[in-house]
Ligand binder design. Sequence first.
Ligand code: NAP
Length: 310
Amino acid sequence: MTGAIYPKMAVIGCGLIGSSLIRAARRAGVVDEVAVTDLSPEVLKRVHVLGLAEHVTGDVAEAVADADLVVFAVPVLTMGEAAKKAAHALKPGATVTDVGSVKSAVAEALAAELPDNVFLVPGHPIAGTEQSGPDAGFAELFDKRWTILTPLPRTDEAYQGAVKRLSAFWTAIGANVEVMDEKHHDLVLAVTSHLPHLIAYNIVGTAADLEEVTQAEVMKYSAGGFRDFTRIAASDPTMWRDIFVANKDAVLEILGRFTEDLQALSRAIRWGEADKLHDLFSRTREIRRGVIAAGQESAEPNFGRDRDKH
Ligand code: NAP
């Protein structure tokens, strides 16, 4: 037990990530009291039944009142609208953060709505599953995963203190913390998460549209690689729609590079350049080994669930 880092935490949006955060914070004993609000009455009912929070309300302002830490865990394009409802009720000196998968657009949307007397420290836990909702959450989700904080360019001591405190919170609930510039975050995540999802959505879509291969065959023989793509392509449509809209520039930049490399591969196949193919496949095998060595492989002990990175 670490002792409460934030006496009261308010979570706006109690889906997979919001509910996991509550479970992890309770497990670590770093909050005394939790308030939850969500747009969905069904979610609020489930939060109540699951006993996740002391206060469960449909009113954002009511949830954030007196909270020392306010976490926005709603889809990326909804952050600004949720912050607008909370703004007038925030406690002066509170730390406000989020878990959105894109940082530049979210930081801008939140900053536009929040008052000057709170500390905005945007964040992103690089952990998730393809599930949604409060029942899908679990306390171990963030264990040994990275959480990236993208603080504002403020050097005053009070703000730096708020960043340190939030970093201590994430560390206490099991995560590794890295501080990064928001633009760099968006580029890194475009490579490691957004592009892989786009490829998965595309390949599963292509297979579904093929006329020469039946849907039954696609499912029956999916172990040949396709199966792993279907898991990624089962990720929440709202969340991923928002990510591609909000991280357009970085995704298009990486997609441009990817398309060039794909063209080169296509040429190598057409001209039978076996050595070129072998060289690439050997290099990528090394990257896979690096991922495993970094302890970021989801098939390792993961509490019986797939945790991949968004
Ligand atoms: P989720 O399971 O769908 O939960 C989001 C919840 O927020 C839903 O219950 C939703 O209600 C509610 N909501 C939407 N707009 C709201 C508003 N204005 N006010 C209050 N509640 C609102 O989603 P999630 O997977 O936890 O994702 C939440 C955030 O975490 C996203 O920004 C995502 O980018 C980020 N993230 C996700 C993952 C992941 O793997 N899933 C990983 C890292 C970060 P309705 O269903 O009624 O809309």
